[in-house]
Ligand binder design. Structure first.
Ligand SMILES: [Zn+2]
Length: 132
C-alpha cells in the first residue's frame, strides 16, 4: 500500500509496533484488522498508515529513524552520536548489539519503528561513520 501523502510504497510493519508507537488519541482510531505501513520518506509527515487513515509525526511517542531521528538501535539506545563516541573509544557497537540479540534481550518487533531488527541499519551507520 502506498502512503496517501507522497504516493510511495511503504514498509509493512507488525501491528504491535504500531500499537507501541502511537499516542493514545491516535490508537483510538486504529483498525487492528487491516495491515499497517511505515512511510520511509524523511520528508513526509506521515509515519504510519493503513486502510483507516494516516498517523502523523506528532502522533507517535518516540523519534523515528526513517523520519530523520538519530536513534538507530531502539533496543539498546544507540544514536548516531553515541555510535561515533564508541567508535572513537575503540569499542564495537555492532558486536555489542549482536551479543544482545543472541542473549534474546532485544525486542525489535515492538521497539523499532520498522518492527524489524536494526542490525543492517546499524552496520550501515557504523560503516558510514568509520569512513567519515
Ligand atoms: Zn509518506
Amino acid at each position: 500500500m502506498r502512503c496517501p501523502q507522497n504516493g510511495r510504497e511503504g514498509l509493512e510493519v507488525p501491528l504491535k509496533t504500531v500499537k507501541n508507537f502511537l499516542v493514545g488519541k491516535a490508537l483510538a482510531r486504529l483498525d487492528p484488522q487491516s495491515p499497517h505501513y511505515l512511510c520511509q520518506d524523511p520528508g513526509c509527515p506521515v509515519v504510519y498508515y493503513g486502510a483507516e487513515g494516516v498517523y502523523l509525526l506528532e502522533e507517535v511517542r518516540f523519534p523515528v529513524y526513517d523520519k530523520g531521528a538519530s536513534l538507530v538501535c531502539y533496543c539498546f539506545d544507540w544514536t548516531r552520536e553515541s555510535l561515533r563516541e564508541a567508535l572513537a573509544r575503540g569499542l564495537d557497537p555492532v558486536a555489542q548489539v549482536e551479543e544482545g540479540v543472541r542473549a534474546k534481550r532485544c525486542a525489535c518487533d515492538q521497539r523499532n519503528p520498522r518492527g524489524r531488527c536494526c542490525l543492517s541499519t546499524l552496520k550501515a551507520e557504523v560503516a558510514g561513520l568509520a569512513s567519515a
